[in-house]
Design a protein around this ligand. Structure first.
Ligand SMILES: Nc1nc2c(c(=O)[nH]1)N[C@H]1C(S)=C(S)[C@@H](COP(=O)(O)OP(=O)(O)OC[C@H]3O[C@@H](n4cnc5c(=O)[nH]c(N)nc54)[C@H](O)[C@@H]3O)O[C@H]1N2
Ligand SMILES: Nc1nc2c(c(=O)[nH]1)N[C@H]1C(S)=C(S)[C@@H](COP(=O)(O)OP(=O)(O)OC[C@H]3O[C@@H](n4cnc5c(=O)[nH]c(N)nc54)[C@H](O)[C@@H]3O)O[C@H]1N2
Ligand SMILES: [Mo]
Length: 775
C-alpha cells in the first residue's frame, strides 16, 4: 500500500454556485431513502466509489474511526453494521475527499482572489496538503517546511512581553491526546488563554449544571433514553444535527416513551423518522416521534419550565406526597423551599403570553411531567445561546429535581453536545478556567508551574485582540472568524495580531483574515491513518454521554506532508521550550500510549486508561449524580437555582432572529444549498418569517431585504447589516425569524452574551427588515 492516496488533479474544483431560492413542501419525516441516496452521492463525488465503501464500513465500528460529525454515542454492545447517518457520511466525505489543496493551488490563487470566494467554494477545494506561509505584504501563500513553520511561531512567541499575548483556540474535533498536550503546552508557556468552540456552544449548560448538580456533563446514557417514559426535546434539531439520535428515540418510542418537542419550528426530525437501515424505514410510513409539539417563542423556555414547576407545586399541595420526590428533596437537595416560594409569583396567563402556547398545552405538559416515572430532558443550542441560557437550563433542571429525576434509570439531564470531541477536550483541560485540582495534579505530574489567573474565553479573546493585546493566535482546528459573533469586528481583531496560525484540514475564511503574518498547518483528520516512526497510532474521544473509546483512521493521507495534531504540538513545544523542558515531548509524540499514561495520572476517572480504552465500547467516565446521587457542590447537595424569570420581548416593528444550521452544512462548512427537510434550497441568503409578519411589515414573499440588527450597547444603539436576503414565508411563531449561520454572524453583537457563560446570543438577535436597495 502506498503511503499517500492518489489525489485528483490539482485543478480548481467548480462548485454549484447559489441560484434562486426554491421552495418545496416542508418534509414531515426525517431520514428514509433520500438520506441514503444523498449520503452515497456526496461520498462518491468526493472520494470515488472504492474509497467511499472502504470508509463507510469503518465508520463508528469498534476497530474503525469515530465519526467526525456529531457527539452522539454509538449504541453500546450492539453496533449496527452501518452506524452512520446521512450527515455523518457527508462529514466523512468532506474529510476523506481525494481533492487536495497543494502549493500549486496557492500559487494560482492570490489571497485577494480567495477572499472573493464563498466559504462553500473554499471547503470544496479539498484537503490542505502542505504547510503554507504568508509573509507581511505577501500576495500569495507559499510553501515552507515544518521546521521553518515552527521557527516562525517560536520567533513570535519569544517576542511577546507576556505569555498572555498568545491565544490558543480549540475546535471540538481534536482528540483527547492532542487536546491534553495542547493545553499542557499553553500552560507550560504560562497562559490559560484557551478559548474553545464550547464557549459559543454548550458553555451555558456547563455553567448551569455545574452550579446545580456539581458537574457540567449530562447524566444519562443511551439505555436511559431507551428506558425513559417521557422525553422532552427543547431547542434541538436532531434530524439534522444528531441524526443517529433518531434511532434511539424510535427505540424509546417502541418501549412506550412519550416525546414532547419544544421548538419554535416544526423540525422534520422531531416529527417522524424513517430508519434507512430498516425495511420499514424504506417502504413504510416510519415512526411518529413527537407526540406533542409545543411551538414556543424564541427565548421562552424558562417561562415554560417555571410554569410547569408552578403546576407541579400546586398539584403536590392539593395531594401531598403524589408529585414531588420528597425523599430525594430532603436528602439530596438544597434551596427547594426558596424555589417553591419563588413560584408564588408565577402568573400562568403571563406564561401563556410569553411562550405563545396554550394553557391547555402547558397543563398537559405539567400533567405528563407529574405522572411520568422516568423523564429525560434533552437540549442543545436553542436553550444555550440566549442571554438567559444558564437560567433557562437551570430552570429545566429544577423541574427534574422536583421529581427526583437524577441518578435514576431512564431519567436525567441530556445536553446533546455538538462537535464529536468537544466534551473530551474540556475533560482534557481545554478551558480558560480549569479548577485548581486539575492544575495542581498536572503541575505535580510534570514539574511545571501552570498559571493560575484565568485566561480568555472566545469573546474575551476577540476583545483582547481588538485592543492590541494579542500577538499570536493559534487555532487548533475550527474557523474562528466565521464561527465567532460579529464577523467584521472579529476580522478586525484578528488582523491586529502579529501572527495567526491555523492547524486545519480544510481551507476556510480564517486562513484569509490574517495577522501580519500567517501560517496554515495541514493535519491528519479522524479518517486518516496516523503512523509515527512506523508505528500506527490511535487516539481517543469522549462522546456526549461520557463514554471514552479509541478511534483509528485507516485511509492513506492525501499528502505525505500532513502531520498529526499530536506531532505538530510536540515538535512545536520542543522548538519553543527546548529539549531540557520537563515534559518529554518527543517521547510522548512517538507513542500515544505514553500520553494516555500521563492523562491517567492527571485527570480523575482515567484509571487503567490504556487497558480500559481497548475494551470494546471503551469505558464510561464517573458521573457522581448519575452513579451515586452525590453532588460535588460546595454544600454537597443538588441546588435549586433561583434566577429571576426572563424572556425575550419583540419590540414594535422588529423581529427576533435565531441563527441556525441548515440540513446541508457542518457549522461553518457548507456542504450544499439544500435545506431538504425545511423545503428550502438553491440559496442560503434567506430569512424565514411568519406569513402574518410578512404582511404586517409591509413586505412580500420572495422580496430581497437587508437584515439590520439593533443592539443596546454601552455607547447607545448599535446597528449591523447584511444585504440581500430573500424573505421566505415559514411556520415560525409571530415575531420570530430564522436565518442561517454563519451568513448572519455579522449581525450578532460581540457585546450580546449569555450571563455567566459569556456565550454569544445567537438565538435572539433583534432585527428589522429593510427592502434591499436594489429591489
Ligand atoms: N449535520 C450537522 N451536524 C451537526 C452540526 C452541523 O452543523 N451539521 N453542528 C454540531 C454542533 S457544533 C452543534 S452545537 C449541534 C447543534 O445542534 P442544534 O442545537 O440542533 O443546532 P441549531 O441548528 O443551532 O438548532 C437549534 C434548534 O433549536 C431551536 N431553537 C432556537 N431557539 C430556540 C428557543 O429559544 N427555544 C427552543 N425551545 N428552541 C429553540 C431551533 O428552531 C432549532 O431547531 O449539532 C452538531 N451536529
Ligand atoms: N450565529 C451562530 N454562530 C455560531 C453558532 C450558531 O448556532 N449561530 N454555533 C456555534 C457553535 S455551537 C460552535 S461549536 C462553533 C463552531 O466553531 P468552529 O469549531 O470553530 O467551526 P467549524 O466550522 O466546526 O470548523 C471547521 C474547520 O475545522 C477544521 N477541521 C475539521 N476537522 C479538523 C480536525 O480533525 N483537526 C483540525 N485541526 N482541524 C479540523 C477545518 O479546517 C474546517 O474548516 O460555532 C458557533 N457559532
Ligand atoms: Mo457546537
Amino acid at each position: 500500500m502506498s503511503n499517500t492516496h492518489d489525489t485528483e488533479s490539482t485543478a480548481t474544483h467548480a462548485v454549484d454556485e447559489p441560484r434562486e431560492v426554491r421552495r418545496t413542501h416542508r418534509k414531515s419525516y426525517a431520514a428514509g431513502v433520500p438520506a441514503v441516496a444523498v449520503a452515497l452521492k456526496r461520498g462518491v463525488e468526493q472520494m470515488g466509489a472504492v474509497r467511499t465503501a472502504q470508509t463507510l464500513i469503518k465508520l463508528n465500528q469498534r476497530d474503525g474511526f469515530d465519526c467526525p460529525g456529531c457527539a452522539w454515542p454509538e449504541t453500546p454492545g450492539h453496533r449496527k453494521h452501518a452506524e452512520f447517518c446521512e450527515n455523518g457520511a457527508k462529514a466523512v466525505a468532506e474529510e476523506a475527499t481525494r481533492r487536495a489543496v497543494t502549493p500549486e493551488f496557492f500559487a494560482a490563487h492570490s489571497v485577494d482572489d480567495l477572499r472573493t470566494r464563498s466559504g462553500y467554494w473554499l471547503s470544496q477545494q479539498g484537503r490542505l496538503a502542505h504547510p503554507m506561509y504568508l509573509g507581511s505584504g505577501d500576495t500569495h501563500y507559499r510553501p515552507l517546511s515544518w521546521d521553518e513553520a515552527d521557527a516562525v511561531i517560536a520567533d513570535e512567541l519569544a517576542a511577546m512581553d507576556s505569555p498572555d499575548e498568545a491565544v490558543f483556540y480549540t475546535s471540538g474535533r481534536t482528540s483527547n491526546e492532542a487536546a491534553f498536550l495542547y493545553q499542557l503546552f499553553a500552560r507550560s508557556l504560562g497562559t490559560n488563554n484557551l478559548p474553545d468552540c464550547s464557549n459559543m456552544c454548550h458553555e451555558s449548560s456547563g455553567a448551569a449544571l455545574g452550579a446545580s448538580i456539581g458537574i457540567g456533563k449530562g447524566s444519562v446514557t443511551v439505555p436511559d433514553l431507551e428506558a425513559a417514559d417521557l422525553i422532552l426535546i427543547a431547542g434541538q434539531n436532531p434530524g439534522t444535527n444528531h441524526p443517529r439520535m433518531l434511532a434511539t428515540l424510535e427505540k424509546a418510542k417502541h418501549n412506550g416513551a412519550r416525546i414532547v418537542a419544544i421548538n419554535p419550528l416544526p423540525e422534520a426530525g422531531l416529527m417522524r423518522f424513517k430508519d434507512p437501515q430498516k425495511v420499514g424505514g424504506v417502504i413504510g410510513a416510519g415512526t411518529k416521534l413527537a407526540d406533542d409539539f409545543l411551538q414556543v417563542r424564541l427565548g421562552s423556555d424558562m417561562a415554560l419550565f417555571r410554569g410547569v414547576a408552578r403546576l407541579l407545586r400546586d398539584a403536590e399541595r392539593a395531594a401531598p406526597g403524589t408529585v414531588f420526590d420528597q425523599q430525594f428533596l430532603d436528602e439530596s437537595c438544597a434551596g427547594v423551599e426558596e424555589y417553591l416560594d419563588l413560584l408564588d409569583d408565577v402568573d400562568l396567563d403571563e406564561v401563556v403570553e410569553i411562550t405563545g402556547v396554550t394553557r391547555a398545552e402547558i397543563d398537559e405538559l405539567a400533567r405528563a411531567v407529574a405522572t411520568s416515572r422516568r423523564i429525560v430532558l434533552c437540549w442543545a443550542m436553542g436553550l444555550t445561546q440566549h442571554r438567559h441560557g444558564v437560567a433557562t437550563i437551570a430552570e429545566g433542571t429544577n423541574v427534574l429535581l422536583l421529581r427526583g429525576m437524577i441518578g435514576r434509570v431512564g431519567a436525567g439531564l441530556c445536553p446533546v453536545r455538538g462537535h464529536s470531541n468537544v466534551q473530551g477536550d474540556r475533560t482534557m483541560g481545554i478551558f480558560e478556567k480549569m479548577p485548581e485540582s486539575f492544575l495542581a495534579a498536572q503541575d505535580a505530574e510534570f514539574g511545571i508551574t501552570s498559571p493560575r489567573e484565568h485566561g480568555y474565553d472566545t469573546v474575551a479573546a476577540i476583545t483582547a485582540m481588538a485592543a492590541g493585546k494579542v500577538r499570536v493566535f493559534v487555532g487548533m482546528g475550527g474557523n474562528f472568524v466565521s464561527a465567532s459573533p460579529d464577523t467584521d469586528a472579529t476580522a478586525d481583531a484578528l488582523r491586529r495580531c502579529a501572527l495567526t496560525v491555523h492547524v486545519s484540514t480544510k481551507l476556510n475564511e480564517s486562513h484569509l483574515v490574517t495577522g501580519r503574518r500567517a501560517l496554515i498547518l495541514p493535519t491528519l483528520g479522524r479518517t486518516d491513518r496516523d503512523v509515527i516512526d512506523g508505528v500506527a497510532q490511535r487516539v481517543s474521544v469522549e462522546d456526549s454521554m461520557s463514554a471514552v473509546h479509541l478511534s483509528r483512521g485507516s485511509l492513506p493521507p492525501v499528502s505525505s506532508h500532513l502531520r498529526s495534531e499530536v506531532a505538530i504540538i510536540c515538535d512545536l513545544a520542543t522548538r519553543v521550550l527546548g529539549t531540557a523542558h520537563p515534559v518529554p515531548w518527543q517521547e510522548l509524540k512517538r507513542d500515544y500510549d505514553r500520553i494516555r499514561d500521563r492523562i491517567e495520572r492527571v485527570v480523575p476517572g482515567f484509571d487503567d486508561f490504556n487497558i480500559r480504552v481497548r475494551r470494546s465500547d471503551g469505558f464510561v467516565l464517573p458521573h457522581p449524580p448519575r452513579d451515586t446521587r452525590s453532588f460535588d457542590t460546595p454544600n454537597g447537595k443538588a441546588n435549586f437555582a433561583l434566577h429571576p424569570l426572563e424572556w425575550v420581548d419583540v419590540p414594535a416593528g422588529r423581529l427576533i432572529l435565531q441563527t441556525l444550521r441548515s440540513h446541508d452544512q457542518y457549522n461553518t462548512t457548507v456542504y450544499g444549498h439544500d435545506d431538504r427537510y425545511r423545503g428550502i434550497s438553491g440559496n442560503r441568503h434567506i430569512v424565514m418569517v411568519n406569513p402574518d409578519d410578512i404582511a404586517s411589515l409591509g413586505l412580500r414573499a420572495g422580496q430581497l431585504v437587508d437584515i439590520v440588527s439593533e443592539f443596546d450597547g454601552e455607547a447607545g444603539v448599535e446597528e449591523r447589516r447584511v444585504r440581500g436576503f430573500e424573505v421566505v414565508p415559514y411556520d415560525t411563531p409571530r415575531g420570530n425569524a430564522a436565518a442561517y449561520y454563519p451568513e448572519t454572524n455579522p449581525l450578532v453583537p460581540l457585546g450580546s452574551v449569555a450571563r455567566e457563560s459569556n456565550t454569544p446570543v445567537s438565538k435572539a438577535v433583534v432585527i428589522r427588515l429593510e427592502p434591499a436597495a436594489s429591489a
